[in-house]
Write a protein that binds this ligand. Structure first.
Ligand SMILES: *Cc1c(COP(=O)(O)O)cnc(C)c1O
Length: 426
């Protein structure tokens, strides 16, 4: 019998993968806690939470049990004209931990669809109000997903290049990293002077795909205040930052001003099932209430509010609010801080930054093509040491499931230190 990798290579097309040159994928047969067990017998420490989604560890028995119960009770039901317990209960529970102004829950399938829903809500809000506005503001380096609307409000890059004529125009702001705040304030004032802007969409405090780029709550609070003053709907894309990643439940918990619309996925189900949520204020919701059927929000997916996915999210939330999970988040924040203090002044590093459970090291490597060669080496080096760390450009980041033990963190840090040595030698 051929192994998984070989059978895969004959028929499967992988995401973000140049299939001609890519190494064979690693077949994984089992997961437990922060560990992934490979077909070959190798065991890997999942330091990237399986693409930023996993928060309680793999195949958690409590989540598995709740999924089994749900699938035996109700697997799926059309969500137009029908409802079910997991969807209702999840909406109730989410609204108790979301910012107070969030009053309605709209379900979809993933992060990109949660963003599509948010953009369509914002655009149709102004349409329904009889004052259509066309422009959207976003951060230049942001990432909001891979569907066309989400791509449109994301950074223009090699990834979006073939589609660029098909993307709608967006007014981009620089990311207001420390030192750039005044520039960004003047940029937004300029845009608002010349345009009728429908919405401002942003990754709050932490831009993941941009390379774990971080900025301060104070400047985001200012941007939100300016938007509110100009009647611009604000959309927080918390697909990555939600559910404890930043050290608080949500990145927007660091803010005084709250967004009108919020997007969630990834950690929402503990990273176990595909589910998207877009929440909004009462004002947004009410703009769609009308005797005129044309004002309806005509959006949905076959698997909208899938009961198994909702039950999974409920199980994940049960674990998330427990003291042991909250303490684990704090513990990882502290461990990251201690390690950061040790390496922050390494000469090969341009910057070492942290927000909550996310630690990112940016290398001094200025030239990207040079770095691309070393990137593969670093990735392989981590794998050879049984840790999954995927460099993003010239950045290495650590984003572990919250159940990752201190001993496992020490193993990750040791590999990161090894990467620094490897880089210094190159
Ligand atoms: C991952 C991500 C998305 C897209 O989510 P998918 O489920 O991969 O479609 C959107 N926004 C942010 C901030 C993300 O990190």
């Amino acid at each position: 019998m051929k192994n998984l990798a070989t059978r895969d290579r004959e028929i499967i097309w992988h995401p973000y993968t140049q299939m001609q040159t890519a190494a064979l994928p690693i077949g994984i047969v089992r997961g437990e806690g922060s560990l992934l067990y490979a077909e070959s017998g190798d065991v890997y420490l999942d330091a990237v939470s399986s693409w930023w989604v996993n928060i309680h560890g793999h195949s958690h028995p409590y989540i598995a049990e709740k999924i089994a119960q749900q699938v035996k009770t109700l697997d799926h039901v059309i969500f137009a004209g029908f409802t079910h317990q997991p969807a209702v209960e999840l909406a109730e529970k989410l609204l108790t931990i979301l910012p107070q102004n969030q009053r309605r829950i709209f379900y979809s399938d993933n992060g990109s669809t949660a963003v599509e829903v948010a953009l369509k809500m914002a655009i149709q809000y102004w349409e329904n109000a009889g004052t259509p506005k066309r422009r959207i503001i976003a951060f230049r380096d942001s990432y909001h997903g891979d569907t066309f609307g989400a791509m449109s409000v994301s950074s223009r890059s090699a990834f979006t290049q073939p589609f660029v004529q098909y993307l709608f125009e967006v007014d981009f702001l620089d990311v207001p990293v420390v030192g750039k705040e005044q520039l960004v304030l003047s940029q937004i004032e300029e845009i608002l002077k010349n345009n009728a802007v429908a919405a401002f969409i942003f990754e709050p405090l932490l831009l993941g795909t941009a390379g774990m780029v971080m900025y301060q709550p104070a400047i985001l609070d200012e941007l939100l205040e300016i938007c509110q003053k100009h009647n611009v709907i604000t959309i927080a894309d918390e697909v990555m930052t939600g559910f404890g990643r930043t050290g608080r439940n949500f990145a927007t918990d660091y803010l005084k001003n709250k967004p009108d619309i919020m997007c969630f996925s990834k950690g929402l189900t503990g990273g176990v099932m595909a589910l998207g949520v877009t929440s909004c204020t009462a004002a947004i919701y009410e703009a769609f209430l009308s005797d005129n059927p044309g004002k309806t929000f005509f959006h949905g997916h076959s698997f909208t509010a899938n009961p198994i996915a909702c039950a999974t999210a409920l199980a994940s939330l049960d674990l998330f609010v427990e003291d042991s999970c909250q303490n684990n988040i704090k513990r990882i924040c502290q461990q990251h801080e201690q390690f950061r203090a040790q390496i922050a002044h390494h000469p090969i590093l341009k910057e070492c930054r942290q927000l909550g459970t996310v630690l990112a090291l940016e290398f001094n490597a200025g030239e990207t093509s040079y770095f691309n060669n070393i990137r593969q080496k670093l990735y392989q080096f981590a794998l050879d040491n049984q840790v999954i760390l995927r460099p993003l450009g010239n950045i290495i980041y650590v984003m572990p499931p919250y159940c990752t033990t201190n001993a496992q963190l020490a193993q990750i840090y040791q590999v990161v230190s090894g990467m620094l040595t490897l880089m210094a030698e190159n």
